[in-house]
Ligand binder design. Structure first.
Ligand code: GLN
Ligand code: ZN
Length: 765
């Protein structure tokens, strides 16, 4: 008989209980005992939920107080020196200091670095290794949680991150982390032996790195590591790959001396044939047919076909039915969405519903389709209703997109000529100053927004309040002498939600929270249908702001790739098509802004790079359609309208040519923390347009001095032509307070003035 299983369950709690327990514990408002109790209750509730749903093999140690990779670093004793770990058990204070930094008594240490977990929006704590790195078993969390499950009557399968993936996601060692394997493996062996002694039958070792481009040395490391583990334990070993197909690592994965292997049949549906063709005798295949990364209801018939194909080849006993990845990346429970209309709800499945889908599919495989006839029929109906729904399919959108020559999207006049036309009416000085868009979202601003939403104040009062904010922001920007002003984005809750709420084809959930990092969760919009813009979204505020000043006010939009990237995206058409639809909706907005007298328009793309596929071979295709989407969003603007974009990260090397392809007149980027080093890439690649390298880090309340910023600008001038350089902060200022914002921006303007004077002196002398 086939078994049902999942690789992991969300842990923050359906009411975000863990978030609130953590945050109150960190503030010293509740005890450690309270925190431990909340955690134990959540684990017990999630195990019970899985058992009641009928899941056969339930994971343990998929829980975490902060992050599962950090848990592994503590388990393996990889604690960086600055945390002054005693070498015994890693205690909770050390754990949270690693996660969040610590500042008290004699301790003042920053947190460890955070990075995105593969191509998800989940951030993990990056392990740090040194050349002298040693490892040592330093927590008993996996065994403890296994025993707790046992106490609840569940013979669970403990989950660990596999040794190769663990090393590969770490930093240090100049990319040669794999050399640490010999030192690491004995600790894994000890860990597995402990689990075995505690009575575990299975262990799950997560190896999502099996879906990445690997070199031969890493492939060889897989073979030798698992040989060592195999010889050291009688535990049955379950290795998981997810977030893509095994591809050229198929052989590497299939020859591992393990008992079960998980493959992702959502991202890698095409790999089943290749895997079945080579699967060794006896190996169990866990088939991820239910999407662990998205919120769509499963097409049971399509999934069952894959499962049946596998069962025909290797027998039901060797098939496990599962979700493509851990359910960590999906929200909890669709039943909580009381405000979503029934039709849309009928198309969705959250974590709890996905458990049911897995159990139903397992039953269908074991007992035949007749045993799940009703479920199959309901699933068929949902598929058909989605396919035919007029709420999803808008022929006008399809027609408009079909008529777009995508390759020709963008501007026909070259940058040099455009620049002249823009300068003729903008009259900007050298080193023009601006900001990235948002000003502080003070508690007053947030309170008024909440009050307006709850109808505690009238729309008229809210409008008047926002106008006051914009008015004083404009007056202040004029006073300190900024050259290009912004309205301040006071009316926006979030840079994606604000647009999604005004576009057709988007829906919003009440409780669709997904863990982003630590106690933080996000609630991504759901893009369910063809996207269009019923009416202008930002013109009112930009126009109002421009009416108050003779200086140019920059219109402010979120770009198509970022909106796509930070939403749950429909699975019934390619991502590129959805991105291009969003781009057309934004194009309407760009042209309306232009008509309303806005001469500079910024289209933010902070998520442009994170959309890069995991495999290099897929990069070119992505970069092509993503750059086309960006250009499509401003196609049709006049030559003398200046288009800006903004990206706030510093890894540009992989995407450099595409950044040029965007052909924005001005790009602002994050550079202050890297001391303008990043500009080397821009100057050596011959970046032809204008650039605003951020001159100060907005992630900290620290106010930089005029000299610091002048020095950075001087460095920038060594790498770029003076006419190319804009002066701005690294990112928007919404998370800052006004006092530091005022002070920092006044100093920034002074730094720009100093640069202009220096330039004038040079020319005179
Ligand atoms: N315009 C946005 C702001 O200033 C950009 C935010 C971002 O890059 N994440 O807040
Ligand atoms: Zn930014």
């Amino acid at each position: 008989m086939a078994n049902s299983t999942i690789l992991g369950y969300p842990r923050i709690g359906q009411g975000r209980e863990l978030k609130f327990a953590l945050e109150s514990y960190w503030k010293g408002q509740s005890s450690e005992a309270d925190l431990l109790k909340t955690a134990a209750d959540l684990r017990a509730a999630h195990w019970k939920l899985q058992r009641d749903a009928g899941i056969d093999a339930i994971p343990a140690n998929d829980f975490s107080f902060y992050d599962q990779v950090l848990d592994m670093s503590c388990h393996l004793g990889a604690v960086p020196q600055r945390y002054r770990w005693s070498g015994g058990t890693v205690d909770r204070a050390t754990y949270f200091a690693m996660a969040r930094g610590a500042q008290h008594d004699t301790i003042d240490v920053p947190a460890m670095e955070m990075s995105k977990w593969f191509d998800t929006n989940y951030h993990y704590i990056v392990p740090e290794f040194t050349a002298a790195q040693t490892f040592k078993l330093a927590t008993s969390k996996p065994v403890d949680e296994f025993r707790a499950a046992k106490g609840a009557g569940i013979d669970a399968r403990p989950v660990l991150i596999g040794p190769i993936t663990y090393l590969l996601v770490g930093k240090g060692q100049g990319g040669k982390n794999i050399d640490l394997l010999d030192r690491l493996l004995p600790v894994y062996v000890e860990s597995l032996q402990q689990l075995e002694q505690a009575g575990a039958t299975w262990v799950q070792l997560d190896e999502p790195a099996l879906t990445l481009d690997l070199d031969d040395a890493t492939r060889a490391a897989y073979a030798s590591a698992y040989k060592t583990l195999r010889q050291a334990t009688k535990l049955k070993i379950f290795v998981t790959s997810y977030f893509g197909a095994l591809g050229d690592n198929t052989d590497t994965a299939l020859i591992l001396p393990v008992d079960a292997l998980h493959i992702d049949l959502v991202r890698g549906a095409d790999q089943l044939d290749a895997v079945l063709a080579k699967v060794p005798a006896g190996l169990i295949l866990s088939l991820g047919v239910v999407d662990g990364r998205n919120i769509w209801r499963n097409d049971l018939d399509a999934s069952l076909k894959l499962l049946e194909q596998a069962a025909t080849k290797i027998g039901k006993d060797r098939v496990w039915v599962s979700a493509s990845s851990s359910l960590l990346h999906t929200p909890y429970d669709l039943d909580l969405e009381t405000k979503l209309d029934p039709e849309l709800k009928g198309w969705l499945a959250f974590a709890k519903q996905k458990l049911q889908e897995i159990v139903t599919l397992t039953k269908g495989l074991n007992e035949g389709r007749g045993a799940i006839a009703a479920a199959l029929e309901a699933s068929q109906k949902a598929v058909a209703s989605r396919r035919a729904s007029t709420r999803i399919h808008d022929s006008a959108v399809a027609k408009r997109l079909a008529q777009q020559p995508l390759a020709g999207a963008g501007r026909t006049t070259g940058f040099v000529e455009r620049r002249k036309l823009q300068q003729a009416h903008l009259h900007l000085p050298l080193f023009p100053t601006t900001t990235i868009g948002s000003f502080p979202q003070t508690s007053d601003v947030r309170k008024h927004r909440a009050d307006a939403k709850q109808s505690r104040i009238t729309p008229t009062d809210y409008d008047a309040f926002l106008k006051e904010q914009v008015k004083s922001a404009i007056a202040w920007q004029e006073k300190i002498g900024l050259d290009v002003l912004v309205h301040g984005e006071f009316e926006r809750n979030d840079m994606v939600e604000y647009f999604g709420e005004q576009l057709s084809g988007f829906a919003f959930t009440k409780n669709g929270w997904v863990q982003s990092y630590g106690s933080r969760c996000v609630k991504p919009p759901v893009i369910f249908g063809d996207v269009s813009r019923p009416k202008p979204m930002t013109v009112y505020w930009s126009h109002y702001a421009q009416s108050l000043t003779g200086k140019p006010v920059k219109g402010m939009l979120t770009g198509p790739v970022t909106i796509l990237q930070w939403s749950f995206v429909r699975d019934d058409q390619p991502r590129s098509v959805t991105a291009h639809q969003i781009a057309l909706a934004l194009q309407d907005e760009v042209l309306d802004l232009e008509r309303a007298g806005i001469r500079i328009i910024q289209i933010d793309e902070p998520a442009f790079r994170e959309g890069l596929p995991l495999r290099r071979s897929a990069w070119a295709e992505y970069l092509l359609w993503a750059a086309q989407a960006f250009r499509l969003s401003y196609t049709g603007v006049k030559d003398d309208t200046q288009i800006h974009t903004h990206m706030c990260y510093s890894e540009f090397n992989d995407i450099f040519d595409s950044i040029k392809d965007l052909d924005a007149d001005v790009i602002s980027i994050e550079t202050s923390r890297s001391q303008m080093e990043l500009l080397d890439a821009f100057s050596s690649a011959g970046y032809p347009n204008e650039i605003g390298p951020g001159v100060y880090d907005i992630h900290s309340p620290r106010v930089p001095s005029v000299e610091e910023m002048t020095d950075l600008l001087a460095k920038a001038s060594e790498k770029l032509e003076a006419w190319q350089i804009w002066v701005n902060p690294d990112c928007g200022l919404k998370t800052r307070d006004w006092p530091e914002t005022r002070s920092a921006l006044e100093k920034m303007v002074a730094a720009a003035l100093a640069m202009r004077q220096r330039k004038a002196r040079r020319q005179a002398g």
